[in-house]
Design a binder for this molecule. Structure first.
Ligand code: NAD
Length: 485
């Protein structure tokens, strides 16, 4: 266990918080205290607390599940301290104990404590990592889903909420009634224009609750867009044991992340912000180009590597990348399909970014799983590949690698790899009709799946014929026989 006491005698090589923990005042409330938040936002804030102690973070968990209760107990026992091991692809590691998280509240156990913090003028930012699906946007309408049962309940009893929308808007209501300022609502989820998505969600709820309050929020709160990046894997009990053995700590909440980290953020804050630029955050007027580069190179490359890797029987991303054929498909995809149709934002080169992505994927300390990366492939293809595919059609460019990626994805959905292993593909958006199409033995039915929807309006028979041809080769001769030149 790590506590204030153990901070006085940390093992050699472990960095302690470089400030007086007792002098930190809360300035941020964060919803969704998962591993990514701890390795990213908390890591950046950690570095500025020495100069400005007004930005300590209060973490909030919204679910009352046994897992959440256990996490809350562990945070309390450790005074919310935890260690972060940052590991480079070379294997070189640094370990620090972080103190930026100053309290952790389980909302169902004490909702009023959460609301008091949200109403406190000292809290100037409310941030969140609640996953891509956490914003309750209806996929068909593109609007905030007011039919959601928990949302409907919050609208009936808005002063005793249970959803993040209910809490945040009730907190803002109290601030407005007290004549105070609004806070910044800062999404750190991996979404394109995450601030705009958050704006739609919170204002969608607020308008249904009270249009005047919604107007006040619209005029006073801000929702900066941000591009967030740091590969932060799940920590199994086995990995936790190894991390503690290496650090010499007895941490119940150890964390590992790659040494790379990036946060590009719009400088739009309602009531001030920490000087995060001192910790390396890039403040820009528009994050769009940065988002494009990350999504079309890192995220798109990840699935281009992992779909065939799953079929070939590779469990870990770094092992897949060590295979020369799989490495070649990733490199050719980035070099020939993505880079020529992408614009580099200021201060970045696409070739430099490509090299860093390949080096990051090869990091053995992440032990990242090919099945995890391939999961929800249907949504990922639509978000990560669409622009590259449409640009290939527009420019009459070579579609052979896209066809190979799609064929690998469709064969992967059948749940069998080439070593005889079986697995259950994770496709959370699939209904029964999709599952039937995905498991069909023929090569054409699966062309109707939503993964193809984003370019269905174009003349795609050439691509589709190639996908069918490559699927046959994969099924008969294996995925490597289908690799494009
Ligand atoms: P995690 O499972 O460790 O944490 C997710 C947290 O969100 C948990 O605390 C969970 O209780 C909470 N949560 C989930 N759904 C919620 C909801 N509807 N309302 C409120 N809280 C909810 O996952 P993580 O690795 O921390 O990733 C979280 C998010 O961070 C991802 O979805 C992604 O958008 C972003 N991200 C992660 C990585 C990474 O490498 N892990 C990298 C970039 C961005």
């Amino acid at each position: 266990m790590i506590t204030h006491e153990t901070l006085k005698s940390l093992p050699a090589g472990v960095q302690a918080p470089p400030y007086d923990i007792n002098g930190i005042k809360p300035g941020i409330v964060h919803f969704g205290v998962g591993n990514f938040f701890r390795a990213h936002e908390a890591f950046y804030v950690e570095q500025i607390l020495k100069d400005d102690p007004n930005w300590g973070i209060i973490g909030v968990g919204l679910t009352g599940s046994d897992r959440s209760k256990k996490k809350a107990e562990e945070f309390k026992k450790q005074d919310c301290l935890f260690s972060l091991t940052e590991t480079a692809p070379s294997g070189k590691s640094t370990v620090r104990v972080m103190g930026a998280l100053r309290d952790y509240l389980l909302a169902p156990a004490d909702p009023e404590a959460v609301l008091k913090h949200l109403a406190d003028p000292g809290i100037r930012i409310v941030s969140m990592t609640i996953t891509e699906g956490g914003y309750n946007i209806n996929e068909t309408t593109g609007e905030f889903d007011l039919e959601n049962k928990a949302v409907q309940q919050d609208l009936k009893t808005p002063e005793t909420p249970s959803t993040i929308f209910g809490y945040v808007v009730e907190g803002l209501r109290r601030r407005r009634d007290a004549g105070g300022k609004a806070f910044t609502i800062m999404s750190c989820d991996n979404l394109r224009h995450n601030g705009n998505v958050a704006r739609k969600a919170f204002l969608g709820y607020a308008k249904a609750r009270d249009p005047e309050l919604a107007k006040w929020i619209e005029e006073n709160a801000t929702f900066p867009n941000g591009m967030v990046d740091r590969i932060t894997p799940t920590v199994s009990a086995d990995i936790a044991k190894k991390l503690n053995e290496a650090s010499g700590l007895h941490d119940d909440l150890p964390l590992v992340a790659e040494d790379f980290h990036q946060w590009v953020l719009e400088d739009s804050f309602a009531d001030g912000r920490p000087a995060l630029e001192k910790a390396g955050v890039q403040f820009v007027g528009d994050v769009t180009d940065y988002e494009h580069v990350k999504i079309r190179m890192l995220n798109a490359g990840h699935i281009m590597l992992c779909f065939p890797a799953v079929l070939a029987g590779f469990e870990n991303v770094d092992h897949a990348l060590a295979d020369p054929d799989l490495r070649r498909i990733l490199e050719n995809f980035l070099n020939k399909d993505v880079i020529p149709t992408l614009k580099a934002p200021p201060g970045m080169t696409l070739e430099g970014y490509r090299d860093s992505v390949i080096s990051r994927f090869s990091n053995p300390a992440m032990a990242d799983q090919t099945l995890r990366i391939s999961g929800d492939g249907s949504s990922k293809i639509q978000v990560f590949w669409t622009e590259t595919v449409r640009k290939a059609f527009e420019g009459k460019r070579d579609l052979s690698r896209i066809a190979f990626g799609m064929a690998s994805y469709l064969e992967m959905l059948r749940g069998k790899d080439e070593t005889g292993g079986t697995y259950e593909p994770f496709e959370p958006t699939f209904g029964d009709n999709h599952k039937t199409l995905a498991k069909a033995d023929d090569f054409e039915s699966a062309l109707k799946l939503p993964a193809f929807d984003a370019w269905r309006d174009l003349e795609t028979s050439g691509l589709n014929n190639k996908v069918v041809e490559l699927r046959k080769i994969i099924r008969e001769k294996g995925v490597k026989a289908a690799l494009p030149a």
